[in-house]
Write a protein that binds this ligand. Structure first.
Ligand code: HEM
Length: 183
């Protein structure tokens, strides 16, 4: 007879004050822990129109020197009413000494990104991640690279800017959003 499976005994922390204590290497991104919500706008030269969207982003950790990252977005009409689910992604941000970040991010559209960059946490938090490698499933759209920038402003707004090189277009703006912490 085997014992019934126990509950997973190491729950994630969504804030710096929660248990487990954050690993010292998470210091530059500690201000990001938790869930953020907001709205943004997107565009790309291959698209007939730009678009408005809402987004929810969560960062959490289990005491080791990486963040679990999850984001989902949905499109909005001109009045801000939800139209349909849009991009989703999740992954891991591996913090290295000196604020270097190695990120692994996957999307249900068949795109797997490895990005590298830096996080600076001295005044608020800024993170800048650019593509190291992209892997695509056979039917995925041809994404060649991305750049993601996050910045925490003094008033508690998390700004997000996403640049995209895809479908033969050079790296350029795809998304900008402003997120606020969910209370
Ligand atoms: C908040 C996140 C995002 C939102 C709201 C968003 C939204 C959109 C929308 C509305 C389109 C037009 C096609 C459609 O209606 O689905 C689109 C196209 C596209 N997006 Fe995004 N996107 C997001 C993130 C990303 C990311 C992270 C990537 C790549 C790493 C990406 C790559 C693309 C590509 C390659 C296209 C196709 C363009 C075309 O077919 O002409 N998007 N996106």
């Amino acid at each position: 007879m085997s014992d019934p499976a126990a509950e997973y005994p190491y729950p994630d922390a969504h804030g710096a004050e929660e248990s487990p204590a954050p690993h010292a290497l998470l210091a530059p991104v500690i201000a990001l822990l938790g869930t953020w919500h907001g709205r943004g706008r997107g565009e790309y030269p291959t698209l007939a129109e730009d678009f408005s969207y809402a987004q929810e982003v969560t960062f959490r950790h289990d005491g080791r020197p990486f963040l679990h990252y999850e984001a989902r977005a949905w499109l909005l009409d001109a009045e801000g009413v939800p139209l349909r689910p849009s991009a989703r992604e999740s992954g891991w941000w591996r913090l290295q000494p000196d604020g270097r970040v190695e990120a692994l991010i996957t999307q249900p559209t068949g795109i797997a990104e490895i990005a590298v960059g830096h996080a600076t946490g001295t005044a608020g938090c800024t993170v800048d991640l650019a593509t190291h490698e992209v892997a695509l499933t056979p039917t995925a759209k041809k994404v060649e690279g991305t750049r993601r920038r996050y910045g925490l402003t003094d008033d508690g707004t998390l700004t997000f800017v996403h640049d995209l090189a895809a479908l033969g277009e050079p790296l350029q703006h795809h998304l900008s959003a402003e997120l606020r912490r969910r209370n």
